[in-house]
Design a binder for this molecule. Structure first.
Ligand code: 5AD
Ligand code: SF4
Length: 455
């Protein structure tokens, strides 16, 4: 890559590693679009890269630790290849800003969550001056919100960002501080993107944002999230719509009614509850009680029987006592989630909870998490076992990772199904009879043609 001591511009290679949520994955795709347009070539091997970007997450302390140890591994490459540039973007970059240079002295570039659009310019400046670059200012309107990430070649499903940022200020959550206030993309732009995706073979879109059900609420009279779902539901070729993540307090009756009205809206909702104790929910500033949550679940199930419901729970929030934890277990028993993502509370600088008294010890948090996960494993097993013998409509996404003669896809309830089949089925919806249930996936047999439901 080095010619006469200079970087060969035509052959610069880019390696991006991303941590964190789906929003970050989307951002990494946008970074890639911008840098490939500026002359970089993507590489899968960091050892061959001239520029490494680590797209960081800061949601829990563990994420920061993982990122720092990954950067340590990239440092070895930089010792061997001094012209290698290493940059960090995303939430931890926003969190630490220029302080990142103190923690990781061999870094060249730090850019915040609102500065993705400036990446080519910053990289160019790095190449010209050899100095360091840092930019973490917030923008009133995030320019990168409108950059359209390209779906992976041959993909059947993809994510479409509809909004970013968050105005909720849950006491534990660092996201509002790192992603800024809610900003929604205009509806016509989203529809244009989804139509293009449908033309490229995409059959399922997941509408993505930190709090999708407050989509559009920042502007009076503008279309809301339900209007958006209805409009996407009319786009030819899009057979399935999902969305993530939604906040229980903003789950309106109108949105619940969409499950009975929009044929392509899948029977699954991820609705993070965080705790089953009213005292804890109040300290978390969640804006609902456990009873409100139970009522929303009942309304969802009345409109859409069999809807799959997944959630997030935090154990060991400051002040959480055993009785509060028992209330969370009781809520789980009542609701019986299809799946649950559970976390030990992690103190994040800049959040309201970081300064709260009665922080819970590590050993108590670990024990509560163990108990909660054991209960959820029972519920997940029960839900998956209930699928045995059913015939499910499966959208085929690709060849199974473990079995080359098997195809993999998902049910409308978002369960993974593997079954013997041929790659010509990719992108089609087929009927699969479920013959085996594992903890996180199902196996089945495609129904004979004729009986099969194939688009
Ligand atoms: N500690 C532990 N878990 C957290 N989450 C968000 N912030 C924290 C924190 N400080 C969890 C919440 C959220 C999910 C994405 O991460 O459950 O819904
Ligand atoms: Fe991590 Fe939250 Fe940032 Fe996503 S938005 S990368 S989960 S801190």
């Amino acid at each position: 890559m080095l010619q006469d001591g200079k970087i060969d511009l035509a052959k610069k290679k880019l390696y991006i590693q991303t941590f964190g949520c789906q929003m970050n994955v989307q951002d990494a795709d946008k970074m890639s679009v911008l840098l490939l347009e500026s002359g970089y070539e993507a590489t899968d091997d960091p050892a061959t890269a001239d520029l490494i970007i680590v797209n960081t997450c800061s949601i829990r302390e563990k994420a920061a630790e993982k990122i720092c140890s990954q950067l340590g591994r990239f440092r070895t490459l930089k010792v061997q290849k001094p012209h290698l540039k290493i940059g960090v973007g995303g939430c931890l970059a926003q969190h630490w800003g220029e302080h990142f240079f103190k923690r990781v002295p061999y870094l060249d570039l730090v850019f915040g969550t609102h500065q993705i659009h400036r990446l080519p310019e910053m990289v160019y400046a790095l190449e010209q001056t050899g100095g360091r670059q840092a930019e973490t200012a917030f923008c009133d309107r995030v320019p990168s919100l409108d950059i359209v990430a390209q779906p992976t070649a041959g993909a059947v499903t993809t994510f479409v960002t509809i909004m970013q940022g968050c105005d909720n200020f849950c006491a534990y959550c660092v996201v509002p501080a790192l992603r800024g206030r809610e900003q929604s993309r205009p509806l016509p732009e989203i529809l244009r993107e989804v139509k293009t995706l449908a033309g490229q073979g995409i059959r399922e879109v997941t509408l993505l944002g930190q709090n999708v059900n407050s989509y559009g609420q920042t502007r009076d009279g503008s279309p809301d999230f339900t209007d958006l779902i209805q409009a996407v539901g009319e786009i030819a070729g899009i057979e399935r719509i999902r969305f993530t993540t939604s906040h229980p307090k903003d789950l309106s009756p109108k949105l619940i009614a969409s499950f009975g009205k929009v044929a392509s809206l899948c029977e699954h909702i991820h609705l993070p509850v965080q705790s089953g104790s009213d005292r804890v929910l109040e300290r978390m500033n969640r804006g609902y009680t456990a009873q409100d949550y139970r009522e929303k679940i009942a309304a969802l199930r009345a409109t859409c029987p069999g809807i799959s419901i997944t959630s997030d729970v935090i154990v060991g929030f400051p002040g959480e006592e055993d009785g509060d934890f028992q209330a969370t277990l009781a809520l789980m028993q009542d609701v019986r989630f299809d799946n649950l993502f559970s976390f030990q509370y992690s103190q994040r600088q800049g959040t309201a909870a970081a300064g709260m008294d009665r922080q819970v010890s590590g050993s108590v948090k670990r024990e509560r998490l163990r108990v909660l996960q054991a209960l959820q494993a029972e519920h997940t097993r029960e839900k998956y076992s209930a699928c045995l013998g059913r015939t499910e409509a499966v959208l085929v996404e690709g060849v199974s990772k473990n079995e080359p003669n098997e195809m993999t896809g998902r049910t409308r309830g978002n369960r993974i199904v593997n079954f013997p089949g041929h790659p010509e089925l990719i992108g089609k919806t087929v009927s699969v009879k479920i013959t085996k249930a594992f903890l996180h996936s199902l196996r089945g047999k495609m129904e004979e043609r004729g009986a099969a439901y194939v688009h």
